[in-house]
Design a protein around this ligand. Sequence first.
Ligand code: AHR
Length: 310
Amino acid sequence: VVGGCANSPDAEEEPGNIVIGFSQSGTESNWRKRHTESIREELDKEGYEVLYRNGFMNQDRQIQDMRTFIAYKVDMIVFTPIMEDGWDAVLLEAKAAGIPVIIVDRHIRTAEENLYLTHIGSSSKAEGNRAGLYITNHFQNSSQSSVKILEMKGLANTSPTNFRSEGFMEVISRDSRISIKASLEGDFIRSKAKDVFRKYIEENGWEDIDVLYSHNDEMTLGMLEVMEENGIVPGQDILIVTIDGQAEMIENLRAGKVNCVVECNPNAGWYVRNTIKRYLNGNTIPDEIYMPETVFSDKGNLDSIPPREY
Ligand code: AHR
């Protein structure tokens, strides 16, 4: 990681003279829209000039966007990677051009170290742990001899998908009665999850599924529609644990249609702004900046859920 202030632009530089290239991965969810707004709002407040590009969930396009920033000689790049791998070449180009890069939200894997300044985002593994804990606690005193889970995964080869599965397995494997019956891929997209789940039910039925563990709210919303079509009572016939915390899902939690919402915090803007400011002022930046997150569930804190803007 490029720590410290080796490549810092002049600390005396006026914010209006600092240009930040911000490459977002796409607009697949309300969560993602809020994530984008949060970063843009905070960088605007600071008075930085922001060049924004949407990669529309296409890695080649995102790499091209980063190359545009490099050609433009921006002062810093803020980048939300769609995938885990495949960024080494463009990050080496940014490094050679002396442009520090901040990775936001998803993690990446690079062959070489020191290709970016820091990562700011969630611990997806902790989110998976929290989802697993809700389920193991829920069944702790139950006499049920087996608990079957349907997992709806996010996009393959992305860190939230990998870590949300890993963290979840780590916890549920402590109770031998609990197992994953099927893992489906919904790519974090509502319509995809809806189609995949509908097909699954047509072929396998749903009666032996006790729990749905979904890697994001958009996919859960699609699956709730399929449950309605099939006369399944969500939150009762099937226990539902979902990740993100979008406003619509909190309403579903309050209505008893979902049982647990593991928060994934999209409000990265303040952390990004603060990190850039500290870096430009010559401070050493930690390799990893985790954002605070919590869990909302039918076991308790429904009255204290902060208002959602996404
Ligand atoms: O990378 C974070 C995930 O991406 C969010 O949970 C999801 O909603 C988004 O699509």
